[in-house]
Design a protein around this ligand. Sequence first.
Ligand SMILES: Cc1cc2nc3c(=O)[nH]c(=O)nc-3n(C[C@H](O)[C@H](O)[C@H](O)COP(=O)(O)OP(=O)(O)OC[C@H]3O[C@@H](n4cnc5c(N)ncnc54)[C@H](O)[C@@H]3O)c2cc1C
Length: 383
Amino acid sequence: MTALHFEPGELPPEAEELRCEVRDFLAETMADIPPALKARNWTAWHPEFSHKLGERGWIGMTWPKKYGGSERSFLERYVLLEELLAAGAPVGFHWIADRQSGPLILRFGTEEQRETILPGITRGETAFGIGMSEPNSGSDLASVRTKAEKIDGGYRVNGSKIWTSGAHMANYLVALFRTSGTAEDRHDGLTQFIVDLKNTDGIDIRPIHNMTGDHDFNQVFFEDAFVPETMRVGNEGDGWMQVTTELAFERSGPERYLSSFPLVKNSIGHAGQDPSERQAIGLGRMLARAATYREMSLSVSGMLEAGKNPDLEAAVMKELGVGFEQNIPGIAHDLFGMSPRLEDGSDFETTLAYITQANVSFSLRGGTREIVRGIIARGLGMR
Ligand SMILES: Cc1cc2nc3c(=O)[nH]c(=O)nc-3n(C[C@H](O)[C@H](O)[C@H](O)COP(=O)(O)OP(=O)(O)OC[C@H]3O[C@@H](n4cnc5c(N)ncnc54)[C@H](O)[C@@H]3O)c2cc1C
């Protein structure tokens, strides 16, 4: 049986220096951010905020300078993300591009795609969405049916994607289409494309409102939409291999245990200097868990920095981390008896209200609990 291996992660001095810089930046820029936006954390879109981060060189910060990056380390990026998430910074506009679409283009894209698209991401001007899921094709991603048929100069696309976060606001979608065969061919015949959502005829983006009333995700319909050959990412048929790499970027970050962290901070603030014994014990347990997941998450980042492949450890981290994020509203309610209030509440009540409603989705996005547990079982040699 394969053993899990979490190497202790250590932050270099330059990463700790960066932490001070980020904290100063956040003290200045977060003052006007309302609690409802902080509660939404990395899913809140705020283009001006992303633009400010871009000016500091904090988007695509590990990427080569020639594409607008800052050539800094993954551990420095880790510290930046940790501070942004803990503060509830509204980083949704650039989050997907910084986390996965940009790295995917760097690795599998053409030089032209890198030169034309990556600098806009690092400036906080270009946003991406993820076009993987389809009706009847979520966990079973290999059954994708949306077809990209080869025609002169490009591909004609027909079909639809669903649960596409931010597609109504994003510039581009990295989409997985079938370029040959049928859904029964599974992993074969899948190819990734960059779809220009703002300038392509034949694309209809329809809203889906979630339980909180927000319009975050969409269903995206393609009817004879033309995607130029120059926007294909990698070779025809390599889509499955590429998409699994992309999912590893998607699953391994600290956002998999910090989405509810603004509520942890609110709880501590509310308890004040003189908490009851029960509150002190409850908060202590909460922080002990946060500290443990932080060590695990940092370890995954350290292994990525060292060029290792911590897929199994990242899956374990995601599974435990989302369980923690989902427990926090219940613990906060239990310790303080606070009623969630979406409107006109205190910071605490507003944050509690949003996260209580939204947190059911935390274990679905990026792969459901059952699927992630299956990956862990396979990684451990148990299936
Ligand atoms: C907030 C949010 C944002 C999202 N954003 C995006 C996005 O931007 N782009 C995108 O492409 N997708 C996005 N998704 C979709 C997400 O990836 C899918 O919801 C997820 O992969 C599950 O697919 P499904 O909804 O079709 O559920 P299904 O696959 O139908 O699963 C239903 C249930 O059956 C279980 N199940 C399925 N197969 C198995 C199995 N083999 N063994 C055991 N149990 C199984 C699942 O765990 C789940 O509990 C988002 C989802 C959420 C909640």
